[in-house]
Design a protein around this ligand. Structure first.
Ligand SMILES: Cc1ncc(COP(=O)(O)O)c(C=O)c1O
Length: 399
């Protein structure tokens, strides 16, 4: 192994995107003693996010998980969830699925595609034919886009709503279009270690005005107060309320999932670095792909797609081989971790309700998947050094 290229520093999976200059900007704003609860800065951030993504609206909230919950809740209260049958992915994150269970929907788990680790689209079509679900929830796993062209063709044929969990895929592109701009709703997380951070935070994006109304109500107690005045007045007139009721008129059941204006201000500052961060993550991801081809498994995007990954997912041949590689990474102080959930259908929250879900790809991730660092602080040399360690350990594990 070429250890000369290896710096003995610690390569973290995640590093903070909020730097000193960002904090100083935040403090200058705070010195003006602004309002800190959700208000003008949140609306400014929402407009900037929608503009960045290329959709009409966005609704900020306090986490990516809350954003997922809001997507389900808004679809339901807008009357767009039908019989509440939803396809959910075996590979993704737990809160991609759990709001469906909490809200009493019927989740149908779909296995994972061997290349993208997103939805297995042959399997999806079988489910669509047999179960006629109303909604398909998908995750662009670790930034690798699903084949949205084919999913849109399936949507045209079988008629269902698409909701996209993009919590770890900011800036990835399918057919030149950002993920999150395909479904009727899409969610993003701004937690530490993601492409940008608002400390805790998330957002839902949509171009559908009715869904936006429902997101706004679901985010704040189910009240009308956050709707544009004309929309609130329209509903008030429909129910015969006089305007004095306006602040506390509850149209639907809802939550309190609001962000603060502090998070929104940080979000505006962070958004200025986002494209540069994405460029570095895309570059690093490509280096990993080129270097470790044939040594360990990894995700392959649809030709021409751009992958802005949050971490690079590698897959060893077996749990034993993974252990050998992980030990080598530990020796060189390279942060690694199990591939998030692997197969979500093998976790108690799912198995205890619906039985164990098996799928060859998700099971392979469960047994052999692990993360390699990709973040904006890593230079090409760093990524090459990590690859050297993996290549060396994988060949020893085989030999
Ligand atoms: C795919 C996916 N969905 C949802 C979430 C949840 O986001 P948060 O931690 O902001 O709740 C994550 C978190 O990493 C994620 O990776």
């Amino acid at each position: 192994m070429n250890v000369k290229t290896f710096r003995s520093s610690h390569f973290d999976l995640a590093v903070d995107t909020i730097g000193d200059a960002d904090l100083r900007q935040l403090m200058r704003w705070m010195a003006r003693v602004p309002r800190l609860t959700m208000d003008l800065e949140t609306r400014r951030f929402e407009a900037a996010w929608a503009d960045w993504l290329g959709v009409k609206h966005s609704v900020m909230c306090n986490s990516g998980s809350s954003a997922n919950l809001l997507m389900y809740a808004a679809l339901e209260s807008a009357g767009r969830a039908g019989r509440k049958k939803v396809v959910v992915p075996a590979t993704g994150w737990v809160t991609t699925i759990t709001p469906a269970i909490q809200l009493g929907w019927q989740p149908i788990m779909c296995g994972s595609d061997p290349r993208t680790f997103g939805l297995d689209l042959d399997r999806l079509e079988t489910i669509l034919k047999k179960e006629r679900p109303d909604v398909v929830m998908l995750v662009h796993v670790l930034g690798v886009p699903n084949d949205m062209t084919r999913i849109l063709a399936l949507q045209a044929k079988y008629k269902f709503e698409i909701i996209e969990d993009c919590c770890a895929s900011h800036g990835s592109l399918h057919a030149g279009r950002k993920v999150g701009a395909f479904g009727c709703l899409s969610s993003f997380s701004f937690y530490y270690g993601h492409h940008m951070s608002t400390v805790e935070g998330g957002v839902v994006a949509t171009s559908d005005p009715k869904l936006r109304e429902h997101l706004l109500m679901q985010r704040s107690h189910g009240w009308l107060k956050d709707l544009p005045k004309a929309d609130a007045n329209r509903i008030m007139r429909r129910y015969g309320f006089d305007p004095f009721h306006a602040p506390f008129l509850f149209y639907t059941t809802g939550y309190n999932l609001r962000p603060t204006d502090i998070s929104a201000k940080i979000g505006q500052i962070q958004l200025r670095h986002l494209n540069a961060t994405i460029r570095r993550r895309v570059r690093n991801h490509r280096i990993y792909q080129q270097r470790i081809e044939g040594c360990v498994g990894f995700q392959h995007a649809h030709p021409g797609d751009v992958v802005s990954s949050i971490s690079f997912c590698a897959v060893a041949d077996s749990s034993r081989a993974r252990r050998r590689i992980v030990e080598a990474l530990d020796r060189y102080k390279i942060d690694t971790r199990i591939f998030t959930a692997g197969n979500l259908g093998r976790h108690p929250f799912w198995m205890d309700r619906y039985g164990r879900f098996t799928c060859p790809v998700a099971d392979r991730l469960f047994d052999g998947g692990f993360f390699l660092p990709n973040n904006q602080s890593l230079r090409p040399d760093d990524v090459h050094a990590v690859c050297d360690v993996v290549l060396n350990a994988a060949s020893k594990a085989r030999g």
